[in-house]
Design a protein around this ligand. Structure first.
Ligand SMILES: [Ca+2]
Ligand SMILES: [Ca+2]
Length: 230
């Protein structure tokens, strides 16, 4: 009697095991079916959708401005140094562009004293920047009191414009447009003054022998905003 019960128990356990095996087989078959549909039938559509994942990158800009004036003697060429404060690099994603304006007038106070000749150039040293960018303006001259405007593109390929990119993910593009090594260091601007004398300069007390120049440094810092396109 006892043996019969044991056999019966074993038999019913065997049955339930069989049922479970069949159930698993059905589940496995269903999963295989779905996987086949997913990879074979929808595969092309899915890969196209992956390729189409695109992003718009825009930038929020902040300009740090510094002014410096100095008087340069006739015939002298002075090196004026400039570096941005380090906390800007931790506050923003990158240093995009540096704009430099060199302004002057005629300060001798002499009657009909013509504007002097001023030349300015920034040497591609001391800072890791996009020095080979063809839109850079690294040198300029003026003999008519016009502003000399120079431009240095600092962060490679940055020009303030929005960008449309595809592939990768949001984090990838945010990292592409975040780098605190470009623009660190000291820029060297050389400014030379060659005076043009007033017509009355034959008189010993009337002489133009220098000029005051004002340099405005405008550093454009940016923060990136990456949005996935719908
Ligand atoms: Ca002059
Ligand atoms: Ca002068």
């Amino acid at each position: 009697m006892v043996d019969d019960n044991i056999l019966q128990d074993l038999f019913s356990e065997g049955r339930s095991f069989k049922h479970i095996s069949i159930f698993f087989s059905v589940v496995v078959v269903l999963l295989l079916y779905h996987a086949t549909v997913f990879f074979v039938i929808m595969g092309d559509e899915i890969s196209i959708k992956d390729n189409e994942k695109s992003f718009t990158i825009s930038f929020t800009e902040v300009i740090d401005e510094e002014l410096e004036s100095r008087t340069i003697d006739d015939g002298d060429r002075e090196v004026i140094e400039y570096g941005v404060s380090e906390n800007l690099f931790s506050e923003y994603d990158g240093f995009g562009v540096l704009y430099i304006d060199i302004e002057y007038g005629e300060t001798s106070g002499q009657f009909a004293d013509p504007c002097d000749s001023v030349s300015a150039d920034i040497s591609p040293t001391g800072v890791d920047a996009d020095w080979d960018n063809e839109d850079n303006v690294l040198a300029g001259t003026s003999s008519s009191c016009e502003i000399i405007s120079l431009v240095v593109y600092v962060f490679p390929e940055y020009n303030s414009s929005n960008l449309n990119v595809s592939g990768e993910n949001k984090e990838y593009w945010e990292m592409q447009w975040k780098n605190s090594s470009y623009g660190v260091g000291t820029f060297h601007l050389e400014v030379e003054v060659n005076v043009n004398q007033p017509p009355t300069s034959g008189i010993p007390t009337i002489q133009d022998d220098d000029e005051e120049v004002t340099i405005t440094w405008r550093s454009v810092f940016f923060t990136n905003n990456v949005e996935e396109n719908e």
